[in-house]
Design a protein. Structure first.
Length: 589
C-alpha cells in the first residue's frame, strides 16, 4: 500500500507531465520560443518549466543538467564535468570549460593496466560539474540559485519510472551495479536489478541537492565534501580537500571560424571542436562541385574521419604548460593544413587507414536550449564511461567519474584512449585535463542558427559531422539528417554500420561491422535546434536512438497572429566589469 501511495503522488502531479507531453516530440516540430532538447524528456521538461517561471536559458541549463544527471545517472552528474557554450542574443559567445582535472597525486606509474585507469578510486578525476554550473549561473542566470532545484528534488523524493535507456544500461552493466554498495542500494529491489517502468526513488541524492540549493559551498567545503572525500579516499588518498575546494572553471570568449557564409562557434581543446572546424571547411569546399551520392558522401566522410582521428592522437590539453608545441596544436587554424586534408579527401589516392584505432567510450549527455529572448546554451557533460568509476557514494548519492581513462598511457591501451609508445601527448600529470570527445556548437548559416551537440563519447564527432554534412552538403532537413543511419570510423581497418543502413557501401578496402539495432546504435545521440533570426521561427529534432526529446510549445497560426499584433518588446544588453560580474540593462524599444 505504501508503494501505491507513492505512485499516487506521481499520478496527482500528472497534470504537469501530461501538459508537457502535448508540446514534446521526437519528430521534427515547429515551435515558439523557448525550446529545450535533452537526452531525457523529463529532464527537458524541468528546464522548460524554469523558463516558464521567468528563468533564462542558463537557468534552464542548470536545472536540466542536474535533472538528467540525477535520472540518467549512467552518463553524467555531479561526479563528472563538462563544457558549455552560451551565446548572448545578437552578441558575444562564451565557452565554459569545467572538465575534470587529474589530482595532484597523478602519476603514470600508479597505473599498471586499463583496469586501474577505468574503474575504482584511482580512476577518479576531480569532480567539477557543479563548479561549472555555478560559474555560468553567476555570470548569466537571473533566477535565484535555490529556485532551480525544487522540481527535480520532488521527482527524486516521490520517485519516477525507470526510462527505457536507463533500464538498458542497468541490465547491460549489472556487474557494476551489483558490485558497489551505493549502486546496489539505489538500483536493485530484493537483490534484482530494476527494470523499465519500475519506480525509482533517489532520496539520498535529493537530500544532497536540497543542501546544494541552500548552500552550494557545501559541495566543496561542507558536509557533502566531507562525505565525498571520505568515500573517495577510503583506500588511500586520491583527492585532497583543497583540490575540490580550489578548482577553477575556465571562461573564454569564442570567436567564430568563418567558412564562406558559415560561422562556427565551438569549443577549444581539450574538446573535439577542432574536428568540426576542419570538417566544415572541407565540406564547404566539396559543396562547390555537386551534391554527392550516398556512396560518395560516405567515402568523403570516412576519409574525413580517418584524418581527424589521426590528428586527435597528436593533441592534448592546451592549458598544460609543457604541452607538446611541435604537435598540430600550433596550426589547427591554419588553412594550409585544412587544404592539405581537403586534397587528400577529394583526390584520387587510395584510402590508407589510420593505424591507431581509438577505443570507444560511451557515456555523455547533451543539452540544447534557446529562451524567449534568443539566449542560447549548448552543454555537454559526462562521467566518462557508462556508470563512470562504478562507485556511488552511498551517503550523497553521487556517482564518481572515471575520467582518468581518457588520458593516454604508454604501457597499455585504455578503454577510451590508445597506446602510443614513446609519446608524451595526453599523458597524465597533476592538474591536467584529458582529451574529450565533446563538441557543443552553435553554427550560423545565412539567417539560421543551428544549436547542435551529441552524446555517446568517442562517437560524438562522427555523429555530429555526418548530420551536418547531410544538412549542408545534401540539403536534407534536420529530421532526415539525424534519423538517417550512420557509419562510424575512428581508425583501424573496421568501419561500424548501423543496422538500418541499406545504401551501397563505398569500396574502401576495410571490414564492415553491422551493429545490432539496439544498445550499439543508441550510443551516439544528436539533437538540433534551428532558429531563424529573421522570422523567429524554431524547428527542432531530438535523436530517436536514445529517446531524446524536444520540449516546447508547438507553433500555430494563432501564435503568428499574436506576434504580428505585438509591437512592444524588451531587449537585454550585457556588459562585464573586470571582476566578471554581470550587469543587465533593460531597454524598452
Amino acid at each position: 500500500m505504501k508503494w501505491k501511495g507513492v505512485k499516487g503522488k506521481i499520478f496527482q502531479t500528472g497534470v504537469f507531465y501530461i501538459y508537457f507531453s502535448l508540446f514534446m516530440s521526437g519528430y521534427l516540430g515547429k515551435y515558439t520560443l523557448p525550446v529545450v532538447t535533452s537526452d531525457l524528456k523529463l529532464a527537458a521538461e524541468c528546464g522548460y518549466k524554469i523558463m516558464e517561471k521567468g528563468g533564462n536559458a542558463v537557468d534552464a541549463a542548470v536545472t536540466t543538467a542536474i535533472a538528467v544527471g540525477a535520472m540518467n545517472a549512467f552518463a553524467s552528474g555531479l561526479g563528472g564535468g563538462g563544457f558549455l557554450l552560451v551565446k548572448i542574443p545578437g552578441g558575444k559567445c562564451f565557452e565554459y570549460n569545467f572538465r575534470e582535472r587529474a589530482p595532484a597525486s597523478a602519476n603514470a606509474n600508479n597505473y599498471k593496466n586499463k583496469e586501474d585507469s577505468s574503474a575504482g578510486r584511482k580512476s577518479i578525476a576531480v569532480p567539477s560539474e557543479l563548479m561549472g554550473l555555478i560559474a555560468v549561473h553567476t555570470d548569466f542566470g537571473i533566477l535565484p540559485w535555490k529556485d532551480l532545484f525544487p522540481e527535480i528534488i520532488k521527482i527524486l523524493d516521490d520517485g519516477f519510472l525507470v526510462p527505457r535507456v536507463l533500464a538498458q544500461k542497468l541490465k547491460e552493466f549489472q556487474g557494476k551495479i551489483l558490485n558497489d554498495r551505493g549502486l546496489y542500494e539505489a538500483y536493485t529491489r530484493n537483490g534484482k536489478i530494476l527494470q523499465e517502468n519500475d519506480l525509482l526513488q533517489r532520496r539520498n541524492l535529493a537530500r544532497t541537492l536540497k543542501e546544494i540549493s541552500r548552500d552550494p559551498s557545501s559541495f566543496f567545503t561542507g558536509e557533502i565534501s566531507k562525505s565525498l572525500l571520505e568515500f573517495i579516499n577510503s583506500e588511500g588518498t586520491v583527492i585532497l580537500p583543497e583540490e575540490l575546494s580550489q578548482q577553477q572553471v575556465t571562461r573564454k570568449e569564442v570567436f567564430p571560424e568563418i567558412v564562406n557564409k558559415t560561422e562556427i562557434y565551438t569549443t577549444t581543446l581539450p574538446t573535439t571542436g577542432y574536428m568540426l572546424r576542419l570538417a566544415a571547411y572541407i565540406l564547404e569546399h566539396i559543396k562547390t562541385t555537386s551534391t554527392p551520392s550516398e556512396e560518395l558522401l560516405q567515402s568523403y566522410l570516412i576519409r574525413i574521419y580517418n584524418e581527424l582521428y589521426s590528428i586527435r592522437t597528436e593533441l592534448e590539453d592546451l592549458q598544460d604548460e609543457q604541452a607538446n608545441t611541435n604537435s598540430l596544436q600550433i596550426h589547427l587554424q591554419n588553412r594550409t593544413a585544412a587544404d592539405t586534408l581537403l586534397q587528400s579527401i577529394i583526390g584520387s589516392s587510395p584510402f590508407s587507414p589510420n593505424k591507431n584505432s581509438v577505443v570507444e567510450d560511451h557515456g555523455t549527455t547533451h543539452i540544447n536550449i534557446i529562451d524567449k529572448d534568443g539566449m542560447i546554451v549548448a552543454l555537454t557533460s559526462t562521467i566518462n564511461q557508462y556508470w563512470g568509476s562504478g562507485l556511488m557514494d552511498p551517503v550523497t548519492g553521487i556517482i564518481l567519474n572515471n575520467q582518468i581513462d581518457d588520458f593516454t598511457f604508454s604501457d597499455f591501451a585504455t578503454y577510451s584512449g590508445i597506446k602510443l609508445t614513446g609519446s608524451t601527448v595526453n599523458q597524465i600529470k597533476p592538474y591536467k585535463q584529458p582529451l574529450s570527445s565533446a563538441m557543443p556548437s552553435i553554427i550560423k548559416r545565412d539567417n539560421d542558427l543551428y544549436i547542435i551537440g551529441g552524446s555517446g563519447g568517442i562517437r560524438i564527432p562522427t555523429a555530429v559531422i555526418s548530420t551536418l554534412a547531410r544538412i549542408f552538403l545534401c540539403d536534407d532537413p534536420i529530421d532526415k539528417a539525424i534519423d538517417t543511419p550512420r557509419l562510424h570510423y575512428q581508425g583501424g581497418r573496421t568501419i561500424k554500420v548501423e543496422g538500418k543502413y541499406t545504401s551501397p557501401l563505398p569500396k574502401m578496402g576495410v571490414n564492415w561491422l553491422v551493429l545490432r539495432d539496439d544498445e550499439d546504435t543508441i550510443s551516439s545521440c544528436v539533437h538540433i535546434i534551428k532558429y531563424n533570426i529573421k522570422d523567429k521561427s524554431v524547428t527542432a529534432k531530438a535523436d530517436r536512438r536514445k529517446d531524446a526529446a524536444v520540449v516546447g510549445r508547438e507553433y500555430s497560426s494563432i501564435d503568428k497572429l499574436e506576434s504580428e499584433k505585438k509591437k512592444e518588446f524588451v531587449s537585454f544588453s550585457y556588459r562585464f566589469d573586470f571582476s566578471g560580474n554581470l550587469f543587465k540593462a533593460i531597454t524598452d524599444m
